[in-house]
Design a protein around this ligand. Structure first.
Ligand code: ADP
Ligand code: MG
Length: 694
């Protein structure tokens, strides 16, 4: 296979543009892309036509504006290129207008109450910084999605706005360090994706997987992940065939699929691409998740992207590796080795530290979902408390800077920022803490709280916006300074002092850390119901207004959508539990009980009395009764939840009242699973599913 040849073959990338566009049009489009500006209307028609010709040659018949509504997945509405001619034939056409804006009915997408005030129509607009591509015979044009009155309805527009905010402020900082050649600063992201791969037949046999993406029942199998034999273990044939196919499909779409390996749990795997500019990384991650599902189907497999498909087994996350890069290719979180580079690095580093500390709640709520609630706070994923790891070496340097004391690794007095170089940071000691939610890993930060099913747009909007706003404050202060180096040193030292509480280099999974974090005043938002309402905190509303990323209405509507989504997911889970409980588990156990009773009766007729029979019959009867009662109680509570009043109260009601009964119902079922003869159990068990792929 010739990888360089197939790479990007389904993408209308710069190479294709250069080949197919007239020089002038190419130059104009390239400028648009590089500088993140709007497309010149004059060339839209030329670009559209070239794109259409290219797509048709590749077998495409349709086009779609591909966008990311608040559902967290992508949406598309396909139109064919056909246009009728007078003599009853058709020709293939695609206009500049069709490329640049699309119209769609926005009313069926979540809009968090914004719909009442604008017409149902929504618009999509091309984001030329993310290349068009062909998927299943359709030319897909990555777009932003907004309402008639300009209110944002998607995840992409605010992401682009946050990138713009970061660009503007980071450039101000670079200018202060005498850098006048850089034109743009981009946040970059590499999103490592975890997933489970199971046999399709197992999936089809589980209504809970089909309806909710996770198992709502299931006792622990005799073998789980305790042998630690799956992580990085040899990849099974069926899985490696899948991975190989997946790589090829991703490469064709121009996605830099790089690393693949087995993860901690049986049937769990990971795929990591090489990082790229954030909006592209976000589009590509969506495309990657979609492609994973599709390719799995071809192999008789099913790809589970849920954060916690199996209780008691490792869940799936998505590690968001984040940094900032200049258009000239410099990573701004790379320490460098000259005094100026070091000073600049320190400033960007402490900006991120301050941003994370100031906006812990925003980061936390950006990764809040019903699915991720099962991970965060459990002893496998980062806890619900946001903290940062920077490594001992860097921590000592920060400490020396803050207190103007000698750094021991240096041996000659205090460090003066901007005047002398920092000691070189040994890179290999920086990435050893896997328990940290926000870890510095040598030249980037790794935000580890994202759930595997997430769009990375939300969390990156928060990081970019928070860092942009902190940089604005820094630039304001430093631009007015008389002695730049002294002001820089002072600012960095002060920021460390004020925000070092967010830094924790120890084990985040321990009980002691939770106590320590509370003592430090860090926030600990355990569930969606706790976290999501903070979106509209005054401090956050002000941040979004200053940076122009969200209006207050947009924040409130988004919060409403997220809370509502939480309740909807839980409602579907609850209803699925009731259905499986009543229609599958209860009758199955009851049937087994009849057999047990009949056997016990026959034994007694023969003068044999089995204590075991009696005990089992009593236990199964009691558990099955309890299961049935739980189902009725959940049903009652669901009806009551409708009267809770408002999204926030409803979410609270679900978290406090409904989830505990769902847990109880599950516990009963799992107990019965272990006590019921295999042939009666109505669906595949964890053991069947997790070891289904050979
Ligand atoms: P690991 O976390 O497993 O040690 P790496 O550190 O090599 O692996 O990279 C993990 C992810 O971080 C990859 O997706 C990689 O492309 C990404 N990454 C590396 N450098 C950057 C950067 N400057 N900005 C964003 N992501 C990055
Ligand atoms: Mg990693």
């Amino acid at each position: 296979m010739n990888v360089p040849e197939i790479f990007g073959e389904n993408v209308f990338n710069l190479k294709v543009m250069q080949e197919r566009l007239p020089k002038e049009a190419f130059r104009s489009l390239k400028k648009t892309i590089d500088e993140g500006r709007l497309l010149d209307a004059k060339i839209a028609g030329i670009v559209a036509n070239a794109m259409k010709d290219w797509a048709v040659e590749k077998g495409a018949t349709h086009f779609t504006h591909w966008f990311q509504p608040m559902t967290g997945i992508t949406a598309e509405k396909h139109d064919s290129f056909i246009s009728p001619t007078k003599d009853g034939r058709v020709i293939m056409e695609f206009s500049g207008k069709e490329l640049v804006v699309g119209e769609t009915d926005a009313s069926s997408f979540p809009n968090g109450g914004m719909r009442a005030t604008f017409e149902a129509r929504g618009y999509t607009a091309w984001d030329p910084t993310s290349f068009a591509f062909i998927k299943d015979g359709t030319l897909c044009i990555p777009t932003a999605f907004f309402s008639y009155s300009g209110e944002v309805l998607d995840k992409k527009t605010p992401l682009l706005k946050s990138m713009e905010a970061l660009n503007a402020q980071a450039l101000r900082i670079l200018r202060l360090f005498g850098n006048h050649s850089v034109k743009r600063v981009y946040p970059t992201v590499g999103a490592e994706q975890e997933y489970f791969l199971i046999d399709r037949k197992m999936y089809d046999a589980r209504r809970d997987l089909v309806f909710t993406g996770r198992t709502l029942f299931g006792a622990k199998p005799p073998k789980g992940q305790e042998m630690e034999d799956h992580y990085y273990g040899p990849i099974k044939k069926r899985v490696s065939d899948f991975m190989r196919d997946l790589d090829v499909e991703l490469w064709k779409l121009g996605i830099l699929a790089k690393t693949k390996h087995n993860e901690v749990a049986p049937s769990q795997h990971e795929l990591a691409p090489i990082f790229t500019v954030t909006n592209v990384a976000s589009d590509q991650n969506q495309l990657m998740m979609e492609t994973m599902k599709k390719v799995a189907g071809k192999h008789g497999l099913y790809c589970l992207l849920h954060e916690k498909p199996f209780a008691g087994v490792n869940g799936s996350g998505k590690h968001n590796n984040w940094s900032m890069s200049t258009d000239t290719g410099t990573n701004l979180l790379d320490p460098g080795n000259t005094p100026a580079e070091n000073g600049q690095f320190m400033l960007f580093l402490v900006a991120v530290i301050k941003a994370v500390d100031e906006y812990q709640n925003l980061l936390r709520l950006s990764v809040a979902s019903a699915g991720n609630d099962h991970r965060l706070g459990g002893n496998e994923a980062p806890p619900a408390i946001v903290s940062m790891f920077i490594g001992d070496e860097l921590a000592e340097i920060l400490d020396a800077l803050e207190k103007d004391k000698t750094y021991k690794g240096r041996g000659k007095g205090v460090i003066k920022l901007g005047v002398e170089a920092l000691p070189e940071l040994p890179k290999d000691t920086t990435d050893r803490n896997r328990t940290s939610p926000f870890a510095f890993t040598g030249n980037k930060f790794e935000f580890r709280m994202l759930g595997s099913a997430f769009s990375i747009a939300g969390p990156n909007i928060m990081i970019n916006t928070a860092v942009a706003d902190v940089l604005r404050g820094f630039a304001d202060e430093l631009e007015g300074a008389k002695d730049f180096n002294a002001a820089l040193h002072d600012l960095v030292a002060r920021t460390i002092k004020e925000h070092k509480r967010i830094i924790f280099n120890g084990n985040n999974y321990t009980e002691e850390w939770t106590k320590e974090a509370h003592r430090r005043g860090l926030s600990d938002l355990r569930s969606c119901a706790d976290a999501l309402p903070h979106f509209a905190d005054q401090k956050n509303l002000e941040l979004f207004a200053r940076t122009k990323v969200f209006t207050e209405r947009e924040v409130r509507s988004r919060m409403e959508i997220m809370l509502d989504n939480y309740c909807k997911v839980l409602t579907i889970e609850a209803l699925t539990m009731i259905e499986m409980g009543r229609k599958l588990i209860y009758p199955a156990v009851d049937e087994y009980l009849s057999e047990l009773c009949a056997a016990a009766y026959r034994k007694e007729q023969m003068g044999v009395s089995s204590e075991c029979d009696r005990a089992l019959i009593a236990k199964l009867s009691a558990d099955n009764d309890a299961l049935y009662r739980c189902a009725a109680e959940i049903e009652n509570l669901l009806a009551q939840s409708k009267e809770a009043g408002g999204a926030e109260h409803t979410a609270r009601f679900f978290a406090d009242k409904i989830i505990p009964v769902m847990r109880e119902m599950r516990a009963n079922a799992d107990e019965m699973e272990q006590n019921t003869a295999k042939k009666y159990w109505p669906f595949p068990t964890y053991g069947d599913i997790l070891f289904s792929v050979s």
